[in-house]
Design a protein around this ligand. Structure first.
Ligand SMILES: *[C@@H]1O[C@H](CO)[C@@H](O)[C@H](O)[C@H]1NC(C)=O
Ligand SMILES: *[C@@H]1O[C@H](CO)[C@@H](O)[C@H](O)[C@H]1NC(C)=O
Ligand SMILES: *[C@@H]1O[C@H](CO)[C@@H](O)[C@H](O)[C@H]1NC(C)=O
Length: 195
């Protein structure tokens, strides 16, 4: 009796999971930030503007064995304490086949001659972080994507990947950080998809 029940369960489980797999959308891409180099992170003399320059190496992987990923738009910027502090840089994109990986190394910087305005509270936070020797950048990727299986394409999804980059920093003579030290991070990013 017990064996019969077990046999039925054993048959039923693969059947339901196959049905679920057909209806489930393919897996979302994974992003990893491999390293980051901070070239400048400092306030102007008046402490009202912030100047940030960094370069990151970031890669995206399509984990699906059958579904390709088509990116319509893809860009990246760095945020510090919930504020965008660099330009939005385009990432070269297009079709990423099943199990394929693509790597970029964009330069992220404050626009030329247009440092980011900061509040006094943010300026104090910059000072604190530099004294503590740790700056956390929220490297953010935004884009639109869809899956492609054969000639079938899914609807478009809005993609956001958040990659925390923990950078050691020290307050220099100019009240900022420099030197261009590269930090190995190999840090996974959290990826969200929304309609
Ligand atoms: C920001 O800092 C970089 C590196 O020190 C420098 O080249 C650039 O001119 C600065 N930008 C502004 C607007 O001051
Ligand atoms: C990065 O920004 C996103 C969106 O604002 C936020 O949800 C996430 O918690 C931030 N991550 C870090 C490490 O600050
Ligand atoms: C910011 O830091 C960079 C690199 O250390 C330095 O060249 C630049 O003069 C600093 N800018 C200010 C406004 O302190």
């Amino acid at each position: 009796m017990c064996l019969v029940v077990l046999a039925i369960v054993a048959l039923a489980v693969p059947a339901t999971s196959t049905a679920a797999a057909v209806h489930r959308r393919p897996t979302k891409p994974t992003f990893i930030i491999q390293d980051a180099t901070l070239y400048s992170f400092n306030l102007t003399k008046s402490k009202t503007f912030l100047n940030t320059t960094l370069r990151v190496t970031i890669s995206a992987r399509n984990p699906n064995p059958r579904a390709g990923i088509e990116y319509d738009t893809l860009g990246i910027y760095a945020a510090y304490r919930d504020q965008q502090v660099t330009n939005f840089a385009d990432l070269v994109h297009g079709y990423l086949g099943p199990k394929k990986v693509v790597t970029w190394a964009p330069a992220l910087m404050t626009g030329d001659g247009e440092d980011v305005p900061v509040t006094r509270a943010q300026a104090r936070a910059v000072g604190r972080d530099l004294r503590a020797g740790l700056v956390v950048m929220n490297v953010t990727v935004n884009g639109r994507m869809r899956w492609k299986v054969g000639s079938r394409r899914s609807k478009k999804y809005y993609l956001a990947a958040y990659c925390p980059a923990y950078l050691r920093a020290s307050e220099g003579k100019s009240g900022g950080v420099g030197g261009g030290v590269k930090y190995q991070l190999d840090q996974g990013c959290s990826v969200t998809l929304s309609p």
